[in-house]
Ligand binder design. Structure first.
Ligand code: ZN
Length: 242
């Protein structure tokens, strides 16, 4: 099976369209979305509609739960909070119905997908460090766990001697001797100082994982953010990739 794994779209329709074009050019059997379809960006309903049509599986992210009143939003920073309030007013009943049904964690083939962590998928903690990874490897039984949430692409392997290593190569050939936690980055709001949309392909037949970056019309999304009266910082950060 050839999969495209996408995450953290955040209502950025231009980025989503561009990523889907690249996915179609490549050709896959299935598109999996790891959540945060909405929040921050100016097109939450349009992104929900497109994801609903194109993704075989969509998981829930914290920004999908927040506008539904499913979590305390006081822990979000002021820009995120104001975008959540904006998104709450904007969401149609059809989008709300879709977001309400999203699962938190799923196993497919030789991998697990979850938005935040396999350990506590609804607590929205992050896996950033080796220490975070060490806590999470025992919490899934497959070979690879694909995650999103931090908006920073990352791959960590674990060997049979319990040693973890950050992997810098791309593509990665998934080894029978290792287990992996891999963050596919963000489609709609990358934060690794690279403004290009991030997502990944994973082919279970040749075990090849590849992180891909694509351009999209950032200026157009920025214009929409400003017209929508969302916080200006949400427009600025897109071109900075942070
Ligand atoms: Zn996110």
């Amino acid at each position: 099976m050839k999969y495209a794994i996408i995450s953290d779209i955040h209502g950025n329709y231009e980025a989503l369209e561009s990523v889907l074009m690249e996915i179609d050019r490549h050709g896959v059997d299935s598109i999996l979305c790891l959540g945060d379809v909405v929040g921050y960006g100016p097109n939450p309903n349009e992104c929900v509609a497109l994801i609903r049509e194109r993704a075989e599986v969509t998981l829930a992210g914290n920004h999908d739960h927040a506008p539904l009143g499913r979590m305390d939003i006081s822990y979000f920073n002021p820009w995120a909070r104001s975008a959540i309030e904006w998104t709450r007013k904007e969401l149609t009943q059809s989008s709300i119905d879709f977001l309400l049904e999203l699962p938190l964690k799923i196993d497919r083939d030789d991998f697990t997908i979850v938005h935040s962590t396999p350990l506590e998928p609804a607590d929205w903690n992050y896996i950033i460090t080796i220490g975070d990874a060490v806590k999470n490897f025992p919490e899934f039984s497959t070979r690879v766990c694909f995650i999103g949430h931090s908006h920073v692409p990352m791959a960590i392997s674990l060997n049979e001697g319990d040693d973890c290593r950050v992997l810098k190569e791309n593509p990665i050939v998934i080894s029978e001797d290792l287990r992996y936690i891999i963050n596919v980055g963000s489609v709609g709001q990358p934060r690794d100082l690279n403004p290009l949309s991030s997502f990944a392909f994973y082919d279970t037949s040749d075990k090849k994982y590849e992180l891909v970056r694509v351009e999209y019309d950032i200026a157009k999304t920025q214009r929409k953010i400003r017209q929508s009266k969302l916080p200006d910082f949400l427009a600025e950060r897109l071109e900075l990739g942070q």
